[in-house]
Write a protein that binds this ligand. Structure first.
Ligand SMILES: Nc1ncnc2c1ncn2[C@@H]1O[C@H](COP(=O)(O)OP(=O)(O)OP(=O)(O)O)[C@@H](O)[C@H]1O
Ligand SMILES: [Mg+2]
Length: 394
């Protein structure tokens, strides 16, 4: 899949700008604060029907205006074109997404139609941030690949919410006797365990498959000196080994832990057991020693890990969806090169030509020379962004 063009009207610092993109490589450069990230954000809004930065719609309306529109045409692997338009009106607090001029009823049904992988400076929180940051990241990838997982996740989230609201309500009002409360919570626990097992199974399977992709991409960037390891740590079973999924064992552990934590759940008024508290742990083997990326990695090591992770996500999605009409994902690389040494920059640049369509932002035009060595002239377009307008430079 490729994005052929993009129109931005009153979107952040863009008043009315249009772009015609290269189907291979788009080099987007400009000084700080001119709108490079905003441009990528607009692309993500069309693909995900929300912003990868999780901006609210109202933050995206250009200062002093009351509505924005972002639209673009995507071409899929069957060579048919789809025009996607995202509109938001602040006055009516209403957003609408249309595909080929037909407004979508349920946005969630569109999720995954336009596969997209994003690398952004904020992704440093994947290695440095909370379990929730990592869960969210992998939930997006698995959901892009599988609508079933997306639906299971929504269902699970709904169950946790309902259980939470019951426990919170009881904490505030103390309106239920002990036995009444147990009667009310139990059906939610049954549902939570059934739905939760599906998520755990899927996450475990994903992690095992994904590790292979990580090994290859990491090796391509740094050679043999390091080996990255992604371990899935389900909340109900910290000692879980990727690849050894046993439903009966998992169910037993789930039931036991939920029983064990019940008094604490009542005391805190919230649900404390299940995949909404899962974690993924990143470690690296270096010179025979294993170290936790979160605690011990240098800035450049964090960045390398994340770049390898994003390239792996790209290839994983590509392989998982290649039999479908969607074609390969689009890759957004916001500020790819920062924090990396020269050798890693070059190695990563050598990997770019095997990708489908890439959008890369930078403040440094020097990288253009490096890229030109890797792409044919007609495979690379560059765009100079100055205060929300573009000067096509090639
Ligand atoms: N709703 C809005 N209306 C108008 N301008 C906005 C709005 N939201 C953000 N901006 C402006 O957009 C600019 C930031 O753009 P962006 O983050 O895309 O910059 P950038 O080119 O990626 O910079 P850097 O190189 O620092 O990453 C800021 O100057 C900000 O004031
Ligand atoms: Mg930026």
């Amino acid at each position: 899949m490729t994005l052929e063009n993009l129109l931005l009207v009153n979107f952040k610092n863009y008043k009315d700008s249009s772009f015609n993109f290269n189907s291979r490589f788009n080099f987007i450069y400009g000084d700080n604060g001119n709108g490079k990230t905003n441009l990528l954000e607009a692309i993500s809004m069309l693909c995900y029907t929300k912003s990868f930065l999780q901006s609210s719609e109202i933050e995206c309306v250009k200062y002093g205006e009351s509505e924005f529109e972002v639209s673009g045409s995507f071409r899929n692997s069957l060579n048919s074109s789809q025009k996607v338009a995202y509109r938001y009106s602040a006055d009516e607090n209403r957003k609408s997404v249309s595909v080929n001029n037909e407004v979508l009823g349920r946005l969630s049904s569109f999720f995954g139609e336009l596969p997209l992988v994003v690398l952004a400076p904020g992704d440093l929180k994947l290695t440095q941030g909370t379990p929730g940051d990592r869960r969210r990241n992998f939930d997006i990838i698995i959901s892009l690949m599988s609508h079933l997982y997306f639906d299971d996740l929504k269902n699970y989230t709904r169950i946790v919410k309902q259980k939470n609201s019951l426990l919170r309500d009881n904490l505030l009002t103390k309106k239920y006797s002990n036995s009444k409360l147990i009667d009310l919570v139990e059906p939610w626990n049954t549902e939570l365990i059934d739905a939760g097992i599906k998520l755990i199974q899927r996450r475990a399977g994903f992690t095992t498959e994904f590790q292979e992709y990580m090994n290859i991409n990491f090796h391509d960037i740094v050679g043999d000196r390091y080996q990255p390891i992604i371990s899935y740590k389900p909340d109900i079973y910290e000692g879980f080994n990727n690849g050894t999924f046993d439903v009966i064992n998992i169910r037993n552990r789930f039931e036991n832990k939920i029983t064990e934590f019940y008094p604490l759940e009542v005391k805190r008024g919230m649900s404390l057991v299940g995949p909404h508290r899962d974690n993924y742990v990143f470690t690296m083997l270096k010179n025979g020693n294993s170290f936790d990326v979160r605690t011990f990695a240098s800035q450049g090591e964090h960045k390398t890990f994340i770049v390898a992770l994003k390239f792996s996500e790209y290839e994983y999605l590509k392989n998982k969806t290649e039999s479908e009409y969607k074609g390969e994902p689009i890759l957004l690389l916001d500020d790819l090169y920062s924090e990396l040494d020269r050798s890693r920059k070059e190695k990563i640049t050598n990997l770019l030509p095997k990708l489908n369509q890439v959008f890369l932002t930078t403040t440094d035009t020097g990288y253009l020379e490096l890229l030109k060595q890797n792409f044919k002239e007609d495979e690379l377009s560059s765009f100079n962004i100055i205060n929300g307008t573009q000067k096509a430079a090639g």
